[in-house]
Every structure is written in structure tokens, then in C-alpha cells.
Ligand binder design. Structure first.
Ligand SMILES: [Zn+2]
Ligand SMILES: [Zn+2]
Ligand SMILES: [Zn+2]
Length: 102
């Protein structure tokens, strides 16, 4: 619901429409908040000041996507059930081989 004053402090000037889930395409009334510029900045800074824990892959130094695995290792995990499995060409055939982890 778009109101004519800030929903946090009641200010009526420099109002912004804030998307609670941060998705600007979600315009359902429950996702919209009327905030003044200052409260709006705070709404976002709270969100962004959450400690960003950088998780790295269990098997390499790349940033992890999910399951503590990087994109490459996670793809292998989904495909082969083992993040260290990879396809290697031996002679003229492809074999599934297990890499040595770091
Ligand atoms: Zn305000
Ligand atoms: Zn916002
Ligand atoms: Zn990895």
C-alpha cells in the first residue's frame, strides 16, 4: 500500500516506495512500503550490513555456490553424485575418474 507518509517515522517529504523483498517487479501491496529517503537508506543498509561470510569450495579455492561446492564441483556432484568425479579421455574413450582433492 502506498501511503502519503513514511511508515517508519511519519515524514511526508521525499518519500520512496520500498520493495520489501527487494524485487522491483513484485508490486503486490504486501511487498510495498512507503519510506522517506532516510528510512529507505536504513532499510537497505540493514540488509547489506549482514555479515557476508565468504564460503569457499571444499575442494578448491573458488567461491562456493551451494553445498560448500563451487559451480564446477557442484555440477559434478549433481551429475555424478561425487564432486571429484570428472570425465577423462583415456585412449579414445571417456572414463569417469575421481580427482584427488586438495
Ligand atoms: Zn522515515
Ligand atoms: Zn528499497
Ligand atoms: Zn571447487
Amino acid at each position: 500500500m502506498v501511503k502519503n507518509c513514511c511508515e517508519v517515522c511519519g515524514k511526508t517529504t521525499s518519500l520512496h516506495v520500498h520493495h520489501v523483498d527487494e524485487n522491483p517487479l513484485n508490486n503486490s501491496t504486501s511487498n510495498l512500503m512507503t519510506l522517506c529517503s532516510q528510512c529507505h537508506r536504513e532499510a537497505h543498509s540493514k540488509h547489506f550490513s549482514a555479515p557476508m561470510v565468504r564460503i569457499t569450495c571444499r575442494h578448491c579455492e573458488k567461491p562456493a555456490m551451494k553445498n560448500s561446492l563451487c559451480w564446477t564441483h557442484n555440477t559434478r556432484y549433481q551429475k555424478y553424485g561425487d564432486p571429484l568425479m570428472t570425465k577423462k579421455k583415456i585412449g579414445s574413450d571417456w572414463y569417469l575418474v575421481r580427482e584427488h582433492g586438495l
